[in-house]
Design a protein around this ligand. Structure first.
Ligand SMILES: [Zn+2]
Length: 192
């Protein structure tokens, strides 16, 4: 049996598990110096940035993190002190199944079902289709089998939405799995 790995290269693997390991619960939203959300990191990483004074606390929880010498409030949202140059161009970011599903609203782009999702190359690789954001859509396994290696026009199966490079906030949604309510004020509406 194959191991499920959400960030594995695209292939026809079994549908991924929606539940992530417990250690991912403590994720921290990272804002750029401009307050723009740019990333998600672990609580430990956020604590290091705070202690090194590379970031400021924006939202905290009531609980505390303790090390041998210090007590730190548990961060929920932090802001970098120095502006970080992050690629705004999502087309340069790795295409993962989860990011494709999130962009496509966790729905098959051919029939709309939300179960048994896989990814489909709109123009099949056998016909020269590339593994780019513009050529990959969420597709349920039955639609994927039905379309096989035919062009959309050959079988009259066209994606409901023209696939595009997703907004950068998709990656925050994907990294967090579940968006804590305290993050919402810092995220654009479509990321929630
Ligand atoms: Zn379908």
């Amino acid at each position: 049996m194959k191991t499920l790995n959400a960030s594995a290269p695209l292939e026809l693997a079994p549908p991924i598990a929606r539940q992530r390991p417990l250690r991912d619960v403590g994720r921290v939203l990272v804002l750029n110096a401009t307050y723009e959300p740019i990333n998600v990191c672990s609580v430990r990483r956020a604590a290091v940035l705070l202690l090194k004074e590379k970031a400021d606390m924006v939202e905290r929880s009531g609980s505390a993190l303790r090390s041998e010498r210090r007590v730190l409030e548990r961060p929920i949202v932090i802001k970098l002190r120095v502006y970080a140059n992050v690629p705004r161009d999502s087309s340069k970011r790795k295409i993962t199944r989860r990011a494709v599903f999130a962009r496509d609203g966790w729905a098959c782009q051919y029939c709309g079902t939300r179960s048994n999702l896989t990814v489909d190359h709109v123009i099949p690789r056998s016909k020269g289709g590339l593994s780019t954001w513009e050529n990959i859509v969420a597709s349920c396994a039955p639609c994927n089998r039905r379309k096989a290696d035919r062009l959309p026009a050959q079988i009259n199966m066209h994606p409901r939405k023209t696939p595009r490079v997703p907004s950068p906030h998709i990656f925050i949604t994907v990294a967090a799995q579940k968006i804590p309510p305290a993050w919402l004020p810092w995220l654009p509406a479509e990321a929630a």
